[in-house]
Design a protein around this ligand. Structure first.
Ligand SMILES: NC(=O)c1ccc[n+]([C@@H]2O[C@H](COP(=O)([O-])OP(=O)(O)OC[C@H]3O[C@@H](n4cnc5c(N)ncnc54)[C@H](OP(=O)(O)O)[C@@H]3O)[C@@H](O)[C@H]2O)c1
Length: 254
């Protein structure tokens, strides 16, 4: 890696440095549902929430090897391929007796290689629409239906700046950009529909460029990103309802 890139990455890391905050401790004894939790940001969030004495229902798609390594009685693991919406319906039986407090819609797909104009894999596109967007709507319905105690307080959607129409100066990547824009649209809509009736806060976060399976060239460390996300969740869910923010809680344009 060249010197210029190293300096750029250093500055980027500093920008989103972990906030030294005691807010983390506020999230305790909660039931948290995290999707796509066998790797990257989802796995880091799962571990951190468990460390803070919460219970986690962690869903995964293909493999659960990393989740199986976690030895903690407060962790439940559930297989759910979100490209098929009916699979999310089946989750009902599994969560029926667990009052979920927080949903983190983290599962996401880049959507395959072919995403430029005139070269789009439409089958992949359909799956990505379900994984990145429609499933967050269905999951909200399913959890609310099972939540007899009005336990659900927050729905956090892990989005990306790629979703932003205003920030788009690069073109291409129709699948990832389009499906994450749809996710943001659902996030905003849910923040209106669920706030009055159920007092649920719904918002989107862009985690920045994070080194994961989805983004091997990412800059930030998933464990540090998880701490920042939990800090944000524990300090200000209510004020963030309906918003799209970065790891510093700075509002981003849709
Ligand atoms: N890394 C970044 O720089 C970055 C930036 C902005 C936003 N994000 C967002 O952050 C979230 C987490 O991604 P990550 O970076 O941590 O990458 P990751 O490690 O690849 O995590 C994505 C997770 O989503 C799961 N997933 C994929 N297809 C699925 C399906 N059909 N059903 C259920 N789960 C499925 C994956 O499971 P399998 O591997 O088993 O398929 C994986 O565990 C994503 O929503 C992503 O868009 C990431």
């Amino acid at each position: 890696m060249g010197l210029r890139r190293l300096i750029k990455n250093y500055i980027y890391r500093k920008k989103f440095d972990v906030h030294k905050s005691i807010e983390l401790k506020k999230i305790k004894n909660k039931n948290i549902l995290i999707t796509g939790a066998n790797s990257g940001i989802g796995l880091a969030l799962t571990k951190k929430f468990l460390d803070l004495d919460n219970s986690v229902i962690a869903t995964y798609n293909e493999t659960n090897d990393n989740l199986l390594k976690i030895k903690n009685d407060n962790l439940k693991i559930y297989q759910c391929d979100q490209s098929i919406i009916e699979n999310i319906n089946k989750l009902k039986e599994y969560i029926l007796n667990t009052p979920i407090n927080i949903i983190i819609n983290n599962a996401g797909t880049w959507g395959g290689k072919n995403q430029s104009f005139n070269n789009i894999d439409y089958e992949n596109f359909s799956k990505a629409i379900n994984i990145n967007a429609v499933s967050i709507l269905k999951l909200s319905e399913v959890v609310l239906e099972c939540s007899k105690t009005n336990s659900l307080n927050t729905i956090l959607n892990i989005s990306t700046l790629y979703s932003s129409t205003e920030h788009n100066s690069t073109g291409k990547n129709y699948v990832y950009k389009g499906t994450k824009s749809l996710m943001n649209s659902f996030s905003k809509n849910l923040s209106i529909d669920l706030k009055d009736e159920y007092k649920i806060n719904v918002f989107s976060i862009c985690p920045g460029s994070v080194k994961t399976k989805l983004n091997p060239n990412g800059i930030l460390d998933p464990d540090k990103v998880a701490i920042n996300i939990i800090n944000i969740l524990s300090s200000s869910s209510e004020e963030l309802n309906g918003k799209f923010v970065d790891l510093n809680k700075k509002e981003l344009t849709w």
